[in-house]
Design a protein around this ligand. Structure first.
Ligand code: MN
Length: 168
């Protein structure tokens, strides 16, 4: 209602001005996103906002909502926060060439200090997305000698769990 006049005066096909609208969620909770990435091999990129970056993992099989199923999650480089809204096609020949689609998005809430958790290799958190909800865990596996990348396991917790169910 408040924006009717603003919009009446503008053709948003021509002006780069924002159309505005869906009120920006003034939430303090950080966002998470899961992007389906049809690269050389299909995988899901799981990203958790921390400040202005997205902590990122590539999950070949994607998250499983079955608490008995642990999924390999290979840590990748932090991405800019704006990437949480990115969907499109990375051209052939570029890094990660292929189509990226947002598979799920929402907010996440860490149990305790997330930086400490990341450093210790035990992240407990709750997701509030469209597809993924409730309690989740990311746990770093013991490094194999000479492995360049960190391997983690991503799995669903029991929603009755409280913070601190995993040993530090
Ligand atoms: Mn990817």
């Amino acid at each position: 209602m408040a924006l009717r006049e603003y919009r009446r005066k503008r053709d948003f096909a021509r002006t780069p001005e924002p159309r505005g609208g869906r009120r920006r969620r003034r939430t303090r909770e950080p966002v998470f996103v899961v992007q389906r990435h049809s690269a050389r091999s299909l995988h899901f990129d799981f990203r958790l906002q921390h400040g202005s970056v997205l902590w990122s993992w590539a999950v070949p099989k994607g998250p499983s909502r079955d608490p008995r199923v642990k999924r390999l999650a290979v840590r990748t480089e932090d991405h800019p926060l704006a990437y949480a809204r990115f969907a499109g096609v990375i051209p052939v020949g570029e890094y990660g060439a292929g189509k990226i689609a947002v598979w799920d998005r929402g907010t996440w809430r860490p149990c305790g200090d997330p930086e400490l958790g990341l450093a210790r290799g035990v992240l407990e958190f709750a997701l509030d997305g469209e597809k993924l909800h409730g309690r989740w865990h990311l746990v770093r596996m013991r490094e194999r000698r000479g492995s360049a990348r960190e391997s983690w396991l991503l799995f669903k917790g029991r929603d009755t769990d409280r913070c601190g169910t995993l040993p530090p």
